[in-house]
Design a protein around this ligand. Structure first.
Ligand code: SAM
Length: 354
């Protein structure tokens, strides 16, 4: 099936594979693999799950972060529910009592009136759609996209509202998007969310689990796109908890305040004890565990050159399990890495163990 990229929403997320899904689809089709059930174990934006859903597969989306899991609910699990005009009116008129963003995030990521807007809308989403999880997920999707597009670099790892407010000449970012009002962005992304909903007549679902805690049976094909750790440098953007803690907080709105580490400048969620985090120190061992766990499935690993473990090590792990290994690669230029000057390393690789 020919992939029409216009049917896949623009993503604003570290490591999103939207830019290579057409190629991925060609590679998988070319190998003539026989599979019906798919696990997308590190789902992120859901763009790869969406590809498999379009291909007519029974898709299980999974991500450790709750805000991503919610996106998976809205776009992958949801077959029919849509946001109506009336829903949008009710949401945008809701007034928050908790005011968590207003009280905790002044001057950090957004302007004061924007913080109030985020509180109102988020509390509205949780209160008005408590028993309609797919509608709630679509509204959250629109909220997350609106929050991301208004952030320099689409990230929350720095207290850098001043990049938006300082009157200086910029050679990066998109001042026009940053300054668009939340109301109109929310409407724009609600329409986008609605346009993405479809049924492929299969039972797709969205999970929110540490990948190693998932059931190993039931998936003909497992797609693994773990956080990328560069052998030579320590990119803090591989720390998804840190980069997107604000969206994670919104997804846990009623309990958020008690989870904030008030000693951090960016008011991070306290996740010091999160034993499920993948790090440069444990990723090789965890990768081997993962490949062993899903040894009865076809496993497709997305990777880049220069990472830990190396591509050769991953191939060796597959071979140790008696798998036949195929590997394909394509060159890709990333906007952010390009600025960092290591664009030459940006070769996206698919390692497939059958
Ligand atoms: C490279 S991104 C995946 C990008 C995704 N394929 C896409 O196209 O948007 C890695 C994802 O793994 C998730 N993650 C990190 N540790 C995890 C774990 N232990 N179990 C499940 N997901 C995890 C992160 O939240 C992040 O969304």
């Amino acid at each position: 099936m020919e992939v029409n990229l216009k049917e896949y929403p623009i993503t604003r997320y570290q490591g999103s594979k939207r830019k290579i899904i057409r190629w991925m689809s060609q590679v998988l089709t070319g190998l003539d693999l026989k599979y019906e059930t798919v696990l997308d174990g590190f789902g992120g934006t859901g763009t790869v799950s969406y590809l498999f859903k379009k291909l007519g597969k029974t898709v299980t989306y999974n991500d450790l972060l709750k805000f991503n899991h919610i996106i998976g609910k809205g776009l992958i699990e949801n077959d029919y529910d849509l946001l109506s005009e009336n829903d949008l009116v009710n949401l945008t008129n809701y007034i928050s009592e908790r005011k968590i963003v207003e009280r905790n995030f002044q001057g950090i990521f957004y302007l004061d009136d924007e913080n109030q807007w985020i509180d109102n809308l988020t509390e509205g989403i949780t209160e008005l759609f408590g028993d309609q999880q797919h509608k709630q997920a679509l509204a959250y999707y629109a909220l997350f996209q609106a929050c991301l597009i208004k952030r320099p670099f689409n990230l929350f790892h720095r207290k850098n509202l001043s990049l938006r407010t300082n009157d200086v000449v910029r050679n990066f970012g998109n001042k026009t998007s940053w300054e668009k009002p939340f109301d109109s962005l929310f409407k724009q992304f609600s329409d986008e969310a609605n346009s993405l909903v479809f049924s492929n007549n299969k039972m797709c679902n969205s999970l929110n689990s540490h990948i190693l805690d998932l059931d190993e049976y039931g998936y003909d094909l497992v797609y693994l796109d773990p956080p990328y750790f560069n052998l030579k440098s320590g990119h803090e953007t591989s720390n998804y908890h840190k980069c997107y803690h604000f969206l994670e907080g919104l997804s846990k709105y009623s309990e958020w305040e008690g989870l904030i580490n008030q000693d951090t400048l960016i008011k991070r969620l306290d996740d010091h004890n999160d034993i499920n985090q993948l790090t440069k120190a444990n990723i090789s061992e965890k990768m081997e565990e993962l490949l062993y766990k899903f040894r009865n499935s076809i496993v497709v690993v997305s990777y880049k050159e220069g990472g830990v473990p190396s591509i050769e090590e991953i191939v060796a792990m597959f071979e140790k399990l008696g798998k036949k290994v195929f590997s394909e690669s394509i060159h890709y230029k990333y906007a952010l890495n390009h600025q960092n000057g290591d664009a030459a390393n940006n070769r996206e690789v698919l390692i497939i163990g059958v």
